[in-house]
Each structure stands twice: as structure tokens, then as C-alpha cells.
Design a binder for this molecule. Structure first.
Ligand code: LLP
Length: 416
């Protein structure tokens, strides 16, 4: 997917330098081919097993990304009415949508019922009552799964670990049976499945197997109680290699799910990061090189507002040069920092690079949790997004304009 030809870094045969020149930097660039092939790996790994892949929209919600996946027949995991609208705008099929999240508002629920989405993953007894009430008022029924919290340690960054009993997510295992008993009595709910999601960027299979083993014990108890389920939603969470991690291959991950979940149940999954992370880069230009007594900084035109992961999770993204530097440029160790007024505004630390002002770089594996987490901090417009498709670079989101940043704001009336 990436290769250097004549000193230039190409994505699927298209020069990232040319994209940088045409669309400016900072800019996100995605590979349609890579997104497709990863999604297909998930789909194919299930073989004849009944399954449904719901791409987790939160990882990258660009309409063209969603469109590519919708065309493959992907379902979608959403967490807000905003993500629902995006999926529908990208021609995603409503019946393939699962609605996750601990804080669904009445407006979220109304929008999802109006669209007749596939399943609501319920995260509390209170949400169950709210959903039943709204469905009753709208004269419809909602299909539900209860997201349980299996209390396993996903051994990932604490901010993205979700399956411990100290986390806000899911219904505790001990209470789940009771929540299901209530659900089957509610006139506007149809119980169809069970869900769990224990965290993100998991690099071993054991936590998945542990969590699902616990979930299957509960599924057995539910069957005994006369509450049969049709599917088990294993969530997302399979990690990728940012640096030296060795996550299991998709086929092994799916193999584990197929082993732990008996064939009587359809398997649903909600992968986000693993579908899009490696398919995307954030390209940026070096504005200044600056030496202080202790460090050498490369001040680039991308910042924490464009790619928050390093600042928020101390995440590591590889840095590649878009063009091979001239021979006279020597190597030094640089901290790559942005123009934002915070010392936490770094994109990469202590990297050996041959840099000169004007050099253009790619932050690798930025396709997931990149643009979606971008903000306008320091009144910085969010970067454009480009999709490389069959040798052509398509602008799929324009760079935000400065007037758009305050278009919804108003001045107070003039003082008398
Ligand atoms: N399903 C549910 C219910 C989730 O909460 C998530 C992610 C996923 C699926 C998708 O998980 P994935 O396959 O992407 O690991 N911003 C963080 C990641 C937050 C993940 C939140 N939930 C980061 O940049 O690392």
C-alpha cells in the first residue's frame, strides 16, 4: 500500500507529495483499497458462520468512508443521532445499524426508531424504560440487546478500557438477568441479543475469550429462564500495530469468537480502529526547526487539535518523510510539535529524522480516531480529507474555512 518511488512516498500508487501540494497541509489521506480489504478480511474469516460486521462509525465518520463500507454490505455501530444521520447520508441500510452508548437521549432514540434501525444495545435499566416509553409513544417496537459488563481487564490504556466493573459501560453481570426479565415484559421491546465491548487497541485474544466465556454462561441462564437470544455482539477492540505491538491476525480473532460462541448464535462485531487506522495518514509540513538548550523541535503545521491521540493517550504514531531529503540534510532527533499554545501539543517525540524547513511528513496509522477527534482549538480550521481510490485522489471533505468557525455565533446588541 505504501512505497517509495523516485524518492516520493506513494499511497496505492498516488504521490502523497502531490496531494500535499494540491490540497495543502495538514490533510488526512485514506486508502479506499486498504479499508475494503480489511473489512473483507473480517467478513471472509467467518466463513459460513452467521455473522454481521458493524463498522464502528466513531473511528472515522467521513461520508466517503461510510459509503465505501456500505457498498460492501457493512452494518454500522453508532453512538449518536449525528452518526445515524451520517450513515443514512452515506446510504447505509438502517436494519444494519446498532446503537451503542451509555447516554442515549430521547431525541437520539426518536431518530433511531424513526429510521427503524436494527438493534439498540441497552446499557442500563433506566435506558430500557426510556426506550420502551419512547417506542410506545411512537407506536413502534425496538429490538434490543443488553450490553453487559463482563468485568475483565482488557490490559489497554485506561482511557479506552471499558469492561471493568469500575467503568461506566454496560450492565453488571449480576444484574443482567433481572434487566432481561424486565425487558421481555415490556410491550414495545423485542429481546434479540446480548452485547459486550471490553476496550480498544487490544493486542491479545485472552481478554476477548474470557469476556465471551462469561457472556455465554449468562446466555445459558437466560435460555433456562425462557429468554432465548439470536445473536451475540462481541463489540470491537482488536488492536493494530502502531509501533511494535503484535496484535493477532483478524482470522485468529474471528476464530476465537467462533470457538467461544456456539453456532446457534449469529456473531456480531463492531470493529472500528482495525478497519481504518492503517488506511490513513495525516500529512503535514515543517514550518520551523528550533533548537533549545535541551531539545530540537520541528514545528509542523498540524497540531493536537488535528490529531489528539499523542497528547491525550501518549499514543505513538510513526513518522515518514513524503520526499527523500537532499543529501546535505543530516539526521537529528526531533520532537514534532504543533503551533498550539500548550506543551502537550506534540505529535511525536524524539524521532531520528533528516529535516529541513518545508519538509513534508506523514503521521502514519492516523485513519482511526484522527479527524473525528479534531477540534477547532486555537481557532484552527479542521483539515481536509482525501480518499485515494483506483489511482485518483478525491477530496472527500474540504478544509474548514475560517468564517465557518464562527458562523453560528452572534455579537451582543450594541450597548445603549
Ligand atoms: N463498540 C463500542 C461499543 C465501542 O465503544 C467502541 C470504541 C468500538 C465498538 C470500536 O472499538 P475499536 O474496534 O475501534 O477498538 N479514541 C480512542 C479509542 C476509543 C474507543 C472507544 N470505543 C483512541 O484513539 O485510541
Amino acid at each position: 500500500m505504501y512505497e517509495y518511488r523516485n524518492g516520493r512516498l506513494l499511497m496505492d500508487g498516488v504521490s502523497l507529495s502531490e496531494i500535499a501540494t494540491r490540497h495543502g497541509t495538514p490533510c488526512y489521506v485514506y486508502s479506499r483499497a486498504d479499508i475494503e480489504s480489511t473489512w473483507r478480511s473480517y467478513d471472509a474469516a467467518f466463513g459460513a458462520r452467521a455473522h454481521h460486521v458493524h463498522y464502528a462509525v466513531k473511528a472515522n465518520a467521513n461520508l466517503a468512508v461510510l459509503q465505501v463500507l456500505a457498498r460492501l454490505g457493512s452494518g454500522f455501530d453508532i453512538v449518536s443521532a449525528g452518526e445515524l444521520a451520517r450513515v443514512l447520508a452515506a446510504r447505509g441500510v438502517p436494519s444494519g445499524i446498532v446503537f451503542s452508548g451509555v447516554g442515549k437521549t430521547v431525541a437520539d432514540i426518536e431518530a433511531a426508531l424513526a429510521a427503524d434501525i436494527g438493534t439498540f444495545n441497552i446499557e442500563s435499566a433506566a435506558e430500557l424504560e426510556r426506550l420502551n416509553g419512547v417506542a410506545g409513544r411512537l407506536g413502534c417496537r425496538a429490538r434490543i440487546a443488553v450490553r453487559v459488563n463482563p468485568d475483565v481487564d482488557a490490559k489497554t490504556h485506561p482511557y479506552i478500557s471499558t469492561g471493568l466493573d469500575e467503568n461506566k459501560f454496560g450492565v453488571p453481570m449480576a444484574e443482567a438477568l433481572e434487566v432481561y426479565r424486565t425487558a421481555v415484559q415490556r410491550p414495545h421491546l423485542d429481546v434479540v441479543g446480548i452485547a459486550c465491548h471490553i476496550g480498544s487497541q487490544l493486542t491479545t485474544l485472552a481478554p476477548f475469550a474470557d469476556a465471551l466465556t462469561r457472556v455465554m454462561v449468562l446466555v445459558g441462564r437466560l435460555a433456562d429462564a425462557g429468554i432465548p437470544l439470536m445473536h451475540v455482539d462481541a463489540g470491537g477492540g482488536l488492536g493494530i500495530r502502531y509501533r511494535d505491538e503484535t496484535p493477532p491476525p483478524i482470522a485468529d480473532y474471528v476464530g476465537t469468537l467462533c470457538r467461544v460462541i456456539p453456532p446457534a448464535y449469529a456473531i456480531h462485531i463492531e470493529p472500528g480502529r482495525s478497519v481504518v487506522a492503517a488506511a490513513g495518514v495525516l500529512i503535514t509540513t515543517v514550518e520551523y526547526l528550533k533548537r533549545t538548550p535541551k531539545r530540537q523541535f520541528a514545528i509542523v503545521d498540524a497540531a493536537m487539535n488535528d490529531l489528539l491521540r499523542p497528547a491525550l493517550y501518549a499514543a505513538w504514531h510513526d513518522v515518514q518523510m513524503l520526499e527523500e531529503p537532499p543529501p546535505e540534510v543530516t539526521e537529528a532527533r526531533y520532537d514534532l510539535v504543533g503551533p498550539v499554545c500548550e506543551s502537550g501539543d506534540f505529535l511525536a517525540n524524539d524521532r531520528a529524522l533528516r529535516l529541513a524547513p518545508g519538509a513534508r511528513l506523514a503521521l502514519m496509522c492516523a485513519g482511526a480516531y484522527g479527524h473525528v477527534m479534531a477540534s477547532n482549538y486555537n481557532a484552527r480550521p479542521r483539515p481536509p480529507e482525501v480518499m485515494v481510490d483506483a489511482g485518483v485522489a478525491h477530496l472527500v471533505r474540504a478544509r474548514e474555512s475560517i468564517p465557518a468557525l464562527y458562523a453560528g455565533e452572534t455579537l451582543l446588541p450594541d450597548a445603549p
